[in-house]
Design a binder for this molecule. Structure first.
Ligand code: GDP
Ligand code: IMO
Ligand code: MG
Length: 427
């Protein structure tokens, strides 16, 4: 079975931490989409590690980690990540497998990302500028390079041809600073470095593992509201971040999917541009940002903060068929007298609805809030749900009743151990 773990908001829900925790129970952890726009943080023995392309199972001995065909790979960042892991003494090389069908991010994809974003002015997406959009564009346009191509005799020529295409496309935009000579050289060196790793026909590889009874945890990147089809378009990323993305990002059939574990923070954040109905532009938003350390793991940008949005969560739970929920960062709200949750939206014509509008960018919806008493106490040292302050228990049970899916895990700190398991996980 393939169980899935994915973010239900706009990313950074704490996926890395929870995958690292769960990885112990699985034989395989696999990334199925996204690329180095992701930043998944794990805190082990007080040391922080941030992963961008490598699955968050690498810190668990014996776990197989797969970078699936749906992922886009920048050899420069992947090499850097691998070197960081080596330097930290993590043995992962034997157990890391890369699908040959994963597409390559070229330096000229990053350049295109930069010139296109710069030309957008006010309507910037707020991209991480890792070349994600242009790389998936080339994949769909059927002219991309895949990582399996690095072994082909004419790879250098194909690289130069694609780069020339990119430069021509970029020429309609004002230029930005970019050291092509240095980036190209670094990229080619990184490609040589990667050649020693395990490249596989990912779809056969994973299906054989499944046939032999192995269990797989698929690790989502980004969040469901950044999904290319169902997110706050056009302020989205360029891949399918929902459960459907697992099937084409790994080559597994829908019938293989088991549990779908959705993660939400006890509040909500977004980094980059685009709609965010429950965003707090006041002191409370600032307090959450400070208490939660809400600064991007990839770009360091301050994250926008607001209250948890239940209609939004209901929407993403529906899209992914979520069977259990994880609540993270509950501890961040420890010192709030009251905590709010949006339960519906008021539309411009006055109607109240629990549905997300077609066009979140131009439809001004006003969230309707329910207020809860805060718990005003530390959660340190608590290992059981029943030992939580009553107010926190009430808050979680009320969210659960609204969302109609059980919260099976509650995270109360960045460390691997700070996770309270309530009931069913899987496997
Ligand atoms: P991801 O992209 O979903 O993996 O999440 P990020 O790593 O980008 O952001 C989550 C941040 O919150 C990281 O700094 C984590 O170390 C931290 N974190 C995760 N879970 C908790 C939690 O329950 N409480 C607190 N205080 N921090 C957490
Ligand atoms: P993880 O996996 C939060 C956002 C960017 C931008 C938009 C498009 O750590 O949760 P892109 O670089 O894909 O062209 O950016 O998506 N974004 C993320 N926000 N967490 C992420 O990943 C994100 N990956 C992309 O900020 O608004
Ligand atoms: Mg992140």
């Amino acid at each position: 079975m393939v169980d899935v773990l994915l973010g239900l908001q706009w990313g950074d829900e704490g996926k890395g931490k929870v995958v690292d925790y769960l990885a112990e129970k699985y034989d395989v952890v696999a990334r199925f989409q996204g690329g180095p726009n992701a930043g998944h943080t794990l805190v082990l023995n007080g040391k922080k590690h941030v992963l961008h392309t490598i699955p968050s199972g690498v810190f668990r001995e014996g776990v197989i980690n797969i970078i699936g065909n749906g992922v886009v790979i920048d050899p420069i960042t992947l090499r850097r990540e691998m070197e960081n892991l080596h330097n930290a003494g993590v043995a992962f090389k034997e157990n890391l497998y890369i699908s040959k069908k994963a597409h390559l991010i070229l330096p000229s994809h990053r350049y295109l990302d930069a010139v296109m974003e710069a030309s957008k002015g006010q309507s910037k997406i707020g991209s991480t500028l890792r070349g994600i959009g242009p790389t998936y564009t080339d994949k769909i346009a059927r002219r991309g390079l895949r990582i399996g191509d690095i072994f082909s005799a004419d790879f250098g020529k194909r690289y130069n041809d694609l780069k020339a295409d990119h430069l021509e496309m970029a020429s309609v935009y004002p230029a930005v600073d970019f050291d092509f000579a240095a980036e190209d050289a670094k990229w080619m060196e990184a490609v040589s470095y990667l050649k020693e790793y395990n490249f596989v026909e990912g779809e056969y590889f994973i299906n054989k593992l499944l046939d032999s009874g192995k269990t797989v945890l698929a690790e989502g990147a980004q969040g469901s509201m950044l999904d290319i089809d169902f997110g706050t378009y056009p302020f989205v990323t360029s891949s399918n971040t929902i459960t459907a993305g697992v099937c084409n990002g790994l080559g597994v059939a829908p019938s293989r999917i088991g549990e779908v574990i959705g993660i939400t923070k006890a509040y909500c954040t977004r980094v980059g541009g685009g709609p965010f109905p429950t965003e707090l532009h006041d002191e409370t938003g600032e307090r959450i940002r400070k208490a939660g350390g809400e600064f991007g793991a990839t770009t360091g940008r301050p994250r926008r903060c607001g209250w948890i949005d239940l209609p939004q969560l209901k929407y993403t739970i529906m899209l992914s068929g979520v069977t259990q929920l994880v609540l993270t960062k509950a501890d961040v709200l420890n010192e709030f007298d009251t905590v709010s949750a949006a339960t519906a939206y008021q539309y411009p014509d006055g109607t109240i609805s629990e549905e997300v509008p077609y066009d979140m960018v131009n439809t001004v919806i006003v969230p309707q809030y329910k207020q809860y008493s805060g718990w005003n106490s530390s959660l340190e040292g608590i290992h059981n749900f029943e030992d939580f302050p009553q107010q926190l228990q009430d808050y979680i049970l009320d969210l659960q009743a609204y969302l109609a899916v059980p919260f099976t895990m509650i995270s109360v700190g960045p460390e691997r151990e700070s996770l309270i398991i309530r009931e069913r996980v899987s496997v």
